[in-house]
Design a protein around this ligand. Structure first.
Ligand SMILES: Cc1ncc(COP(=O)(O)O)c(C=O)c1O
Length: 482
């Protein structure tokens, strides 16, 4: 044992460091909430930031300065003027579970390597499955993100529809799998398809209605056309909700179509599937309980730190289908179907102690905290869209249903290309100023500002301030005062 290792493993050194870091984090949260911290994202070009951290490594190490700098230099998701990508303002004690995870480092691939997180994972996935309307036969797992969750569910779909042991035998002649999904789907669905080797033809895009929802009246035609092309359509994916516009597909109709045609029904509820557990917004996910598989990200609308994703199967035994692999040194054949060896059901071998992150919040605040988080953020989205619709400076491309609100500054006297350019410049200027963090998207080929109210501490004041700032910045760029 070297002196350095003795110091690095010293519990008393850790105790002091942890107390100091927790104080810095708590101060940071306070400064974010009360906006003493003025910049949501202290802007630097990537190369400049790289230079900063290269140089920092060369300076004399000071514990507090290092961590304070790390906190200050980065994006502040807990700031009420953060309205950007769909990563939640995590409930702070999620950070304590992360600390425990790092300190105990239970690998959790098999029961013995993570006995507590394994049991907790079972409790929280059972709880969520029941809360969205699945029955006792259901089961689920936790995995590292919605993208991996979609892949995991679609691997099960593929196996269930193949009619032979596809895992062992690979794709056989005459089986050209494809799935149907709206053009609004998150790119991870297409990525999963390409990863499984189905090629570009494996994604059949079903047209949407004018609210960007999959149009169920188009499903028959899409299915027939795909079959004529020799494709074996195995599944339909419903968005709950879509990433760009936050709209929910008609899940009940899709479920009925899948039942009639014997197709797997997967719901990508990474963002909005959790609405199913809230009394106020569960109508949006009506039909989710009919899905064969559902993905829900705890790190989007359930207040847990990233990455923590549930993949839920209505028929629990399907959860063993995605990775039908034997690895004798870790998974004994007779144990394959035992729920407590996480690695048989997830792509990860070694896995974070994800169950603890969810369980600890469930234990501390009860399920109501998840309901309150989503409901508050969706309510704020509604309030924001009402504010937008009251001003002739802005256009809403559709009536938002969630906390994802897209809009843009308009001036009817300007060409559409010019309005696109102005909105893109407005966003760039605003985020570089640090005053707000918002994103942008393309809707029907035009540029829109896209906001996701991810922080329940955001108020009407921040939303009004953002609209004033967008207007005044856009007017400057348009070269005229309206
Ligand atoms: C609908 C939807 N599905 C999947 C994902 C991917 O989730 P993750 O970032 O956790 O991989 C996202 C991310 O924004 C999403 O919005």
């Amino acid at each position: 044992m070297t002196d350095l290792l003795r110091k690095a493993y010293d519990p008393e050194e850790f105790r002091q460091q942890a107390h100091r870091l927790v104080d810095l984090i708590a101060n940071h949260l306070k400064d974010s909430y009360n906006q003493k911290l003025t910049s949501v994202l202290p802007w630097k070009e990537p190369d400049e930031r790289l230079e900063h951290w290269r140089n920092e490594l060369e300076t004399e190490f000071q514990f507090d300065e290092f961590w304070q700098d790390t906190i200050e230099e980065t994006i502040h998701i807990h700031h009420p003027r953060y309205m950007g990508h769909q990563v939640c303002a995590s409930i702070p004690i999620a950070g304590l579970s992360e600390m425990l995870n790092g300190a105990l480092n239970n690998g959790s691939a098999i029961y013995e390597m993570g006995p507590v997180s394994t049991a907790m994972e079972r409790v929280v996935t059972d709880w969520l499955a029941k809360a969205i309307g699945f029955d006792e036969d259901s089961a689920g797992i936790l995995t590292s993100g919605g993208s991996l969750g979609n892949l995991t569910a679609l691997l099960a779909a593929r196996q269930s529809q193949a009619g032979y042991d596809l895992w062992q035998k690979g794709h056989q002649d005459g089986f050209h799998p494809a799935l149907m999904v709206s053009a609004e789907a998150h790119y991870s669905v297409a990525r999963a398809v390409q990863l499984m080797g189905w090629g570009e033809q494996g994604v059949i895009k079903v047209p949407t209605d004018n609210h960007f929802r999959l149009d169920p009246s188009q499903l028959d035609a899409c299915l027939n056309q795909a079959r004529e092309q020799g494709l074996s359509v195995i599944a339909v994916v419903g968005n709950a909700c879509s990433t760009s516009t936050g709209t929910y597909d008609p899940l009940t109709e899709i479920a009925e179509f899948c039942r009639k045609n014997n197709l797997w029904f997967h719901v990508d509820g990474a963002h909005g599937g959790a609405a199913a557990i809230t009394p106020k917004y569960q109508h949006l996910t009506r039909g989710i309980e009919l899905a064969d598989s559902v993905v829900i990200d705890f790190h989007k609308m359930l207040g847990i730190s990233a990455l923590t994703t549930a993949v839920l199967f209505r028929e629990g035994h399907r959860s063993y289908d995605p990775f039908n692999q034997k690895a004798v040194y870790i998974l004994h054949e007779k144990e394959r179907e035992l729920w407590f060896n996480s690695a048989v059901r997830t792509l990860e071998c070694t896995k974070n102690m994800m169950g603890i992150k969810v369980y600890s919040i469930l234990r501390t605040y009860g399920p109501q905290v998840f309901i309150d988080y989503l409901t508050t953020c969706y309510d704020l989205g509604k309030e924001f869209s009402t504010l937008i619709s009251q001003s002739s400076d802005f256009e809403l491309p559709y009536e938002p249903e969630t906390n994802i609100v897209c809009f843009r500054w308009i001036d009817p006297s300007l060409p559409l290309e010019e309005i696109d350019r102005i909105n893109a410049d407005v966003r760039k200027t605003i985020i570089e100023s640090g005053q707000f963090y918002i994103v942008q998207t393309k809707i029907m080929g035009r540029t829109y500002l896209r906001t996701c109210i991810m922080n329940p501490l955001t108020t009407r004041k921040e939303m009004e301030d953002l609209l004033h700032l967008v207007s005044s910045t856009a007017e400057k760029f348009s070269g005229k005062n309206k």
